[in-house]
Design a protein around this ligand. Sequence first.
Ligand code: GRF
Length: 188
Amino acid sequence: MNIAVFASGSGSNFQALVEACRDQNDFNFVLLFSDYPQAYALERANKLGIPSLAASPKDFNSRDEYEEFLLRKMEDYQVDYILLAGYMRIIGQDLLEAYPDRILNIHPSLLPAFPGRHGIADAYRAGVKETGVTVHLVDQGIDTGRILKQAKVLIEQGETLADLEEKIHQVEHQLYPQVVKEYLKGVE
Ligand code: GRF
């Protein structure tokens, strides 16, 4: 099956996915897409030998045009599943309809707590004792789709935000590939 990953930033989850799924002969990472042409994820794709594509929504006349472009690219690359990995945009209706239950996302909190862009910092500042990581299906909302799996991360006393971020990312890099392997094999 053909997999596209969408990333807007560093792409550490993208890399973890690719490396952890090397043992899956039927998983083909056919494209890394970024909406941010300077994203480090593009460089990682290059190093990993995975085709990449960048296009900023600003270069299109409308959000609809951007979405149509994405849908066309998914068809070009014959993509079966889309994995969001730090992709900082809402997925439009056309793509959602073309990929029902076939778009996954990773979010750095125990949803439904702390959705949105700053899941780690929001949990840290709220002073909660535990937070975590969620892998979920994508729907039209912000971090609202059906939850596939979660992992807890304790926030220790005296821990800095940077410490917590590091811990969360380590858990993400384990959990996302694990869930992707289970889910893609289960529905196929
Ligand atoms: C991760 O924390 C992910 O959960 C969130 O954005 C971050 C992306 O990090 N959605 P990276 O680009 O994979 O390093």
